[in-house]
Structure formats: structure tokens, C-alpha cells
Design a protein around this ligand. Structure first.
Ligand code: 5RP
Length: 254
């Protein structure tokens, strides 16, 4: 059952037609309302999280936030935060975070997520697993009935060594769901070069024809393969979901 304990929403002027990026920005700015001075913050990765980080940088510059420590979930976010003069640290130094803000590729009604189409799932999962509160920010296009069932990729980070072997094992594991496993290719540069994560690993994107049943069992089964580093299902991790749509912004707390 969905364990949503509270929710609130606010409307936007009805005449506006907003782009997806504007909706992402609205969700991101709403999330930053939860940020207070003296917090240790997980800084997400992707085009939605980028808006939140820009906003945190702006509030720090204006002196409306002070003494923030950011923990970036990717080298890209690290660079963005540095350019905004956000003080940075890591989970070796700060193993408990007050709050993290990040986007998602899919969100189901129980706030389970698919993440990692931007390639940063491992650091995201390590850091967002250390947060007292994890605020997920999306535009409404990310809402699904069942994560992994959208026909889009479920990313899995794997070690490069014999990645084909691991990809075949994943296909076999999910053969009943009609799984096809594809190595992610670098978006720019050499078209045949694999995409390499911040951790020096590869990403195998899994595509399913049917749903994969119990999400936790599916995730645990993947992690039993030695070549799998981490998968992109974030089960029962989000504590708050902020969704922006043409109708307004909705905030739901677990
Ligand atoms: C990166 C992620 C991103 O949060 C996810 O891909 C959403 O990205 P965007 O905000 O650009 O839609 O998981 O690994």
C-alpha cells in the first residue's frame, strides 16, 4: 500500500504553457524551500537537480543561506557546485546528511524510483542512502504505475571486465520479462566507445517487455552477480516527492 502521510499542492496560473525544463525548475525551487542554514546536503545529478543547485548557490550568494556543506553525487555536479562557491565535502567526512535533492527517471505511486539514465546511480545511491530526508523532484512525465515497466531503460552499473558475460546473466535472470540488455554507448565522441561512469565502470541498460515482479527481489538477484556494482532501482528511499505539472506543484511526504 502507498504510505503517503501528507501532501500539499499549489496552483500555477492556468494560462501558462510551460516547457518540461520550466516544470523541472519549479519542482527544484520548491525543494530548495526545505533547505535551511547549517545543513549537510546531498546534491543530485541531472537537469532537474541542476536547477536546485543553482538556486542553493544563489541563496548562499545572497546570504539567505549560510554554512551549507554540499555532497555532490557526480563529477559534473561537483564542478557545478564549485563554480557556485558551494562548500563541498564527502560521506567519508559527513556520513549523515540532513537532506538530499535529486531528480529521477521514473517514480511509482509508492515513491520507488528508477535512476541512472544520467549515469550517476552509484554515487547517488551511496549518498542518498545516508540522508535523513531525500527529496525527489520531477516533472509529471516521470510518474509511472510500475518502475521498470515504462519500456525505457533500467540502468545497471557493471565492472568493465567481461561485461558481456554480466549482460548475458542479466538477460537470463529476467528472461520471463523479455529482458534485452544493452551496453550504454558514449553519447559524444567515439560512437563505439562504451559510456564510462565516474567510477570507471560501464552501464548496461535493461529493457523489459513485461514487469519484473517484486522489485526488491529483482534488485537483490542482480546484486548477486559479481560483475554487477549497483542497479538503478531506488526502493523505499525517497521521503518526499515534488511533482510539477501544468496544474501546479504537489508535495507528498512519506
Ligand atoms: C542521473 C539521474 C537523474 O536524476 C535522472 O536521470 C533524471 O535526470 P533529469 O533530471 O535530467 O531528467 O538519475 O543518474
Amino acid at each position: 500500500p502507498t504510505a503517503i502521510m501528507s501532501s500539499s499542492s499549489s496552483s500555477l496560473p492556468p494560462q501558462l504553457i510551460l516547457t518540461q525544463d520550466e516544470l523541472k525548475k519549479i519542482a527544484a525551487y520548491k525543494a530548495v524551500e526545505f533547505v535551511e542554514s547549517n545543513m549537510v546536503l546531498g546534491l543530485g545529478t541531472g537537469s532537474t537537480a541542476k536547477h536546485a543547485i543553482d538556486r542553493i548557490g544563489e541563496l548562499l550568494k545572497q546570504g539567505k543561506l549560510t554554512n551549507i556543506i554540499g555532497i555532490p553525487t557526480s563529477t559534473k555536479t561537483h564542478e557545478q557546485a564549485l563554480s557556485l562557491n558551494i562548500p563541498l565535502s564527502d560521506i567519508d567526512t559527513h556520513p549523515v546528511l540532513d537532506l538530499a535533492i535529486d531528480g529521477a527517471d521514473e517514480v511509482d505511486p509508492d515513491m520507488n524510483l528508477v535512476k541512472g539514465r544520467g549515469g550517476s546511480l552509484l554515487r547517488e545511491k551511496m549518498i542518498e542512502g545516508c540522508c535523513k530526508k531525500f527529496v525527489v523532484i520531477v516533472d509529471e512525465s516521470k510518474l509511472v504505475d510500475y518502475v521498470g515497466g515504462s519500456g525505457l531503460a533500467l540502468p545497471v552499473e557493471v565492472v568493465p571486465f567481461c561485461w558481456k558475460f554480466t549482460a548475458n546473466k542479466l538477460e537470463e535472470l529476467f528472461c520471463d520479462a523479455g529482458c534485452v540488455a544493452k551496453l550504454r554507448i558514449n553519447a559524444d565522441g567515439n560512437k563505439n566507445a562504451p559510456y564510462v561512469t565516474d567510477n570507471g565502470n560501464y552501464i548496461i541498460d535493461l529493457y523489459f517487455k513485461k514487469d519484473i515482479g517484486d522489485l526488491k527481489a529483482a534488485g537483490d538477484a542482480m546484486l548477486r552477480f559479481a560483475g554487477v556494482v549497483e542497479h538503478g532501482m531506488f526502493i523505499d528511499m525517497a521521503t518526499t516527492l515534488i511533482v510539477a505539472s501544468e496544474m501546479g506543484v504537489t508535495v507528498r511526504h512519506k
